[in-house]
Design a protein around this ligand. Structure first.
Ligand code: S3P
Length: 172
């Protein structure tokens, strides 16, 4: 039995939650979506937290609750896109489990985020051009953190939980 956690990291829209849920089901592990967990523990949506407390307030909560879920065992945890990049959170992740970077090209991310109906405060009011340059710039910065993962999955729309599990079993 895998006792340690599995963390999925990667940019907004890369598919962490969908793939994470499917991986957890296949491996018979618990699934935790960090953003949903933050919302439940805060009694506020992520959008409300950003509005009322700013990004700084959100990042504080994100670290607190990442530490909390990291005390669990045998869980697959889908993190928010910024989670590994603030407050030594990537160290917490690597201390408590295996990190998998779900890598999607910036072109594919732009297409997915333009078509997404999810509310994402950081990109909410951006035009298509602004969104593309935001993704390019922040992906470059954020990959420094994502790339500390021991597994990198080059993901497309066709990537499945089985592809991820195959890479996980090569690793162990
Ligand atoms: C964020 C990503 C979001 C959410 C918040 C901030 C980010 O999660 O945590 O809006 O900084 O990239 P998803 O990656 O699940 O969209």
């Amino acid at each position: 039995m895998v006792r340690e956690n599995i963390y999925l990291v990667g940019f907004m829209g890369c598919g962490k939650s969908t793939l994470g849920r499917a991986v957890a089901k296949e491996l018979n592990m618990e699934f935790i979506d960090l953003d949903k967990y933050i919302e439940q523990r805060s009694f506020k949506t992520v959008a409300q937290i950003f509005k009322e407390e700013g990004e700084e307030g959100f990042r504080k909560r994100e670290s607190i609750y990442l530490n909390e879920v990291s005390q669990f065992e045998h869980s697959v945890i889908a993190t928010g896109g910024g989670a590994p990049c603030f407050n030594n959170n990537m160290d917490t992740i690597l201390e408590h489990g295996t990190s998998i970077y779900i890598r999607v090209s910036s072109t594919d991310l732009s297409a997915r985020l333009i078509n997404s109906s999810s509310v994402r405060p950081l990109i909410q009011n951006k035009s298509k051009e602004e969104l593309i340059s935001f993704i390019d710039d922040s992906l470059r910065e954020r990959e420094l953190f994502y790339n500390r993962s021991s597994i990198v999955v080059e993901a497309t729309d066709r990537t499945t939980a089985k592809d991820i599990i195959k890479q996980l079993s090569k690793e162990s």
